[in-house]
Design a protein around this ligand. Sequence first.
Ligand code: FES
Ligand code: FES
Length: 151
Amino acid sequence: MALFNLNINGKMHEVDVDPSTPMLWVLRDHLRLLGTKFGCGVSVCGACTIHLGDRAVRSCQLTAAQVGDQPITTIEGLSENGDHPVQKAWLEHDVAQCGYCQPGQIMQATALLKENPNPTDEEIQEAMYGNLCRCGTYTRIKAAIKTAAKS
Ligand code: FES
Ligand code: FES
């Protein structure tokens, strides 16, 4: 076990975990930030997507030891009241069905728009390719990203 001081959603958190513990489990089991979801555990579904700095990363593949002093943002830290432009666009387009994949989808889309504020359809498809949705909400996700880009 080792002590890590992690900057998560703008606050410092001290956690005592095995250095190889995936951040997905640090967030969910140690900090009870349950918005980040477990899907596959092997980086192929995107349900566990968070931000490391401004980059979207799979928290099932990021160990506590790899974080260092880089800030982490989870879906809980995206906005105080769920009013981030991407979250508002998601509501406007009624994107979610069961909702399980949606925190990861929103974190991936937010990172895309930070890097590329006006993505083409192809760029959206490329950026969102690794975020799977068993309910098939892909068309609404793309529409919501376009709405968020306008705002
Ligand atoms: S749980 Fe991390 S990519 Fe699927
Ligand atoms: S909304 Fe159900 S898995 Fe995406």
